[in-house]
Write a protein that binds this ligand. Structure first.
Ligand code: MEV
Length: 439
């Protein structure tokens, strides 16, 4: 197979669930025209040689594996995406795919994002005249920006670089008054931490000269509030109905669920955790820094002083349910593990994203889909039925089931209302040739 980066895959792959992992891999590889090498890497076989792992972090003793799933049905801005998700929690991939399918019937997700702009902070202490120091920095802004852009010619050549400077003053902190200079840097297709940290460190002596103070910290801010990604979905109520409820009632329930997350931090924390259930697996699969994404998301959710929801669900005048998400999305296609980890490279090729901004938009859409799944379930039958049905598969595997036995045993223990390893073992023991007979 040769790689064809021009053609968008069809993300609608019917019956994914009933395929074997090998069949799924073949299906997504064919859709995304992946090379045999990429397909092998995505399967998890011989991905990270010990020497490479040893070079990535310190004191390496081995590797930790996660299942890699692919969410289907995603359409974002009219283009289909197969979305790699590395995650240990059952039901995440299924829920994202299911909601993406409903969204697809409604035209898919619409997404946008800001330019890939990060902030770096330079903390200046020991300044008596904080207002005066602020003015002196702003007066020298052009020279500071020029100095910041004097090293990384590649970034400048790509249209990135330091674009602006902000100055924040804190007159009253536990360590006295502080002036904090922000470098506003377009990092193009990088996550940008190394780029902006290098700039901040380089500028520190000049900032000390200008302010007369002492520079302490020189580091990026993970509150990447100039690098927001947004996604929106507009759903006809009839596409939301469940076995027992009309779509309009489901939509109303979802708006009510969303309202609690808007006003109550206790609910917002769980609501946003559900959003990150979708976002983190994509961030991990593509080799990006999920701690940075988590930090940015939660800081952004608390930006008003009260922690709130990262999504909104509203009813439009014509009865459609409109869901929106907006959050910082500092994702890169180059640098760090995105480049060194072979599976991250293959995952990016599976997604066929051409820029960090496009990756940010698709990831935001996955977060919105995951939130849609959670509140749709919570507002109707609750999450336990679906959750436990998938959890039952894990229990069946733990009890020793393999192949077709996994689903059979899982279904049986759900139907019996006893989702336990003992119940699964008992069923396997009753199966001629089943795993239970081997022990
Ligand atoms: C579970 O991992 C995530 C949920 O709790 C999210 C939510 O409550 O919105 C289902």
């Amino acid at each position: 197979m040769t790689e064809d980066t021009s053609r968008a895959p069809n993300s609608r792959i019917p019956n994914m669930r009933s395929m074997t992992p090998e069949e799924r891999l073949q299906a997504v590889s064919a859709e995304a025209a992946l090379s045999n090498d990429d397909a092998r890497v995505l399967s998890g076989r011989d991905v990270l040689p010990p020497a490479l792992a040893d070079g990535m972090i310190e004191n390496v003793i081995g590797k930790f594996e996660l299942p890699m799933g692919v969410a289907t049905n995603f359409t974002v801005n009219g283009r289909d995406y197969l979305v790699p998700m590395a995650v240990e929690e059952p039901s995440v991939v299924a829920a994202a795919s299911y909601m993406a399918r409903i969204a697809r019937d409604n035209g898919g997700f619409q997404a946008s994002s800001d330019r890939p702009v990060m902030r770096a902070q330079i903390q200046v202490l020991g300044v008596g005249d904080t207002a005066g120091a602020r003015h002196r920095i702003l007066q020298n802004a052009e020279a500071l920006i020029a100095l910041a852009n004097s090293r990384d010619k590649v970034l400048i050549g790509l249209g990135g670089g330091c674009k602006d400077i902000e100055v924040h003053v804190f007159d009253d902190t536990p360590a006295g008054p502080m002036v904090v200079l922000h470098l506003i840097v377009d990092v193009r297709d990088a996550m940008g931490a190394n780029t902006v940290n290098t700039m901040a460190e380089m500028l520190a002596p000049e900032v000390e000269k200008i302010t007369g103070g002492k520079v302490r910290l020189r580091i990026l801010s993970n509150l990447a509030d100039l690098r927001l990604a947004r996604a929106r979905v507009e759903l006809r109520p009839d596409t939301l109905s469940t076995d027992t409820l009309e779509g309009a009632e489901v939509a109303r329930g979802m708006v009510e669920a969303s309202a609690l997350a808007i006003v109550d931090p206790y609910r917002a924390a769980t609501h946003n955790k559900g959003i990150m259930n979708g976002i983190d697996p994509v961030v991990i699969a593509t080799g990006n820094d999920w701690r940075a994404i988590e930090a940015g998301a939660h800081a952004f959710a608390a930006r008003s002083g009260r922690y709130t929801s990262l999504t909104r669900w509203e009813l439009a005048g014509d009865g459609r349910l409109v869901g929106t998400i907006e959050l910082p999305m500092a994702l890169g296609l180059v640098g760090g593990a995105t480049k060194t980890h072979p599976a991250a490279q293959a995952a990016l090729r599976l997604m066929k994203v051409q820029s960090a901004s496009e990756l940010a938009q698709v990831t935001a859409a996955v977060g919105l889909a995951q939130n849609m799944a959670a509140i749709r379930a919570l507002a109707t039958e609750g999450i336990q039925r679906g959750h436990m049905a998938l959890h039952a598969r894990n229990i069946a595997i733990t009890a020793g089931a393999s192949g077709a036995d996994i689903d059979r045993v899982a279904r049986a223990i759900v139907a019996a209302g006893d989702i336990s390893v003992d119940a699964a073992r008992a069923l396997l023991a009753d199966t001629p040739g089943g795993a239970g007979n081997d022990v």
